[in-house]
Design a protein. Structure first.
Length: 82
């Protein structure tokens, strides 16, 4: 497995399905994972589940609607480096 310790990876669709599995496996490999989501409750639940499953505390959430790219940019600029 690659070492992702120095990587920051933004995952969309991470609150369920393949996006959630992707975020969890990236966290397991040591990446700093940022979950981009619209729903705060789902995002927090997923964040806590990933941290519990992997032991990687570098999992953050950013709330934004991906269909509004200006919103995503603005939220990521205020988040960095999360």
């Amino acid at each position: 497995m690659p070492d992702l310790q120095d990587k920051i990876i933004l995952v969309t669709g991470a609150t369920s399905g393949i996006g959630e599995v992707t975020a969890r496996e990236l966290a397991r490999q040591g990446a700093h994972v940022i979950i981009l989501a619209r729903n705060a409750e789902k995002a927090q639940r997923t964040q806590h589940a990933i941290i519990a499953a992997t032991g990687n505390e570098r999992v953050d959430t950013v709330l934004a609607d991906l269909s509004v790219l200006a919103q995503v940019r603005a939220r990521m600029m205020t988040c960095a480096p999360c």
